[in-house]
Design a protein around this ligand. Structure first.
Ligand code: AMP
Ligand code: MN
Ligand code: MN
Ligand code: MN
Length: 287
């Protein structure tokens, strides 16, 4: 246990720039009122909210990390990789992310077609409205649109009945490869961290393959404490993180006050035996 473990750190949050419901400033405001010491904004495939968050936190008692959560395809599985402390002015990064946004729009049309083909009403208009005109339209916006149409009561019901493999509205999308995404993150001087690793439900040999490849590609961390992990998931990934000599990360994956399991800064603390990824930024500032 070090003083670094005691810090309140949240390295995974979403704003309206992707599928969160609050503005970047409002997310930062929550971080401040919840006494967070270090916060990252990590919207899906976009850094459009980062400048606002950076401005909002400037001069305040919190350390801001510019970040992004990038969707990748690996062995047919969609893996989310957090790019932490990326350079938000990196033109190459912005260009690569805008290509993913274009592909999200195409996917949204296919998702809607799948819904209507299966006899459900079209919800793309509402989904795009929920996405607020950003190119970041995704499953969470479709989920909110399905709830608005009273096809489901809440997010949990949507993600049981729709938008997942084998259910209406699911499209098997091809995201950029893990390799190309890791190259983009590294070029932008960011740290690659696998988000919510338990969520992919990989068997042991697939998981080992993924983690070895990720490490070879320069990946440094695993998100051990996070909104979708159970206490058992945290225990398992604590062991795996140490076995592979990865660094541990902690993030709420906050999206929206009444949808998310944890508020900003409220995910379980990182287990003592892990090396916190935020120890890397210690030299930059005395926390
Ligand atoms: P996408 O990147 O468009 O495929 O959408 C993924 C997003 O959908 C996640 O980041 C969550 O916001 C949301 N999501 C996926 N699965 C669930 C779930 N089981 N419960 C609530 N939200 C979910
Ligand atoms: Mn999301
Ligand atoms: Mn994710
Ligand atoms: Mn997320």
């Amino acid at each position: 246990m070090t003083i670094l473990h005691d810090l309140n750190v949240d390295l995974h949050t979403h704003s309206k720039a992707s599928d969160g419901s609050l503005s970047p400033s409002e997310v930062m405001e929550r971080a401040l009122s919840n006494d967070v010491d270090i916060v990252a904004l990590t919207d899906h495939d976009t850094i459009e909210g980062v400048h606002e968050a950076m401005q909002y936190t400037e001069g305040k008692n919190i350390y801001f990390i510019p970040g992004v959560e990038i969707s990748t395809s690996w062995a047919g599985v969609c893996i989310h990789v957090l790019g932490l402390n990326i350079n938000p002015n990196d033109e190459q990064l912005k260009k690569s992310l805008s290509k993913i946004q274009d592909s999200r729009y195409t996917r949204a049309q296919l998702m809607d077609k799948d819904l209507t083909d299966k006899g459900f009403p079209s919800v793309i208009k509402d989904a795009l409205e929920f996405a607020g005109g950003t190119g970041q339209v995704g499953r969470a916006h479709f989920a909110r649109a399905l709830i608005k149409k009273e096809l489901c009561e809440d997010m949990r019901e949507v993600f049981n009945k729709f938008l997942i493999k084998g259910k209406p509205g699911f499209v098997d999308h091809q995201w950029p490869s893990l390799k190309s995404v890791m190259e983009i993150i590294k070029k932008s001087k960011g740290l690659g961290v696998i988000a919510h690793p338990a969520r992919y439900r990989l068997n042991y040999s697939m998981l080992t393959c993924l983690l070895e490849e990720f490490q070879e590609l320069g990946g440094v961390g695993l998100e051990v404490s996070t909104g979708s992990h159970s206490a058992l998931d945290i225990e398992n990934f604590k062991r795996i993180t140490n076995d592979f000599r990865f660094e541990g990360s902690r993030g709420s994956d906050f999206h929206c006050p009444n949808e998310s399991r944890y508020d900003v800064g409220k995910a379980p603390y990182l287990p003592d035996s892990l090396l916190p990824i935020w120890s890397r930024w210690k030299a930059e500032r005395v926390f």
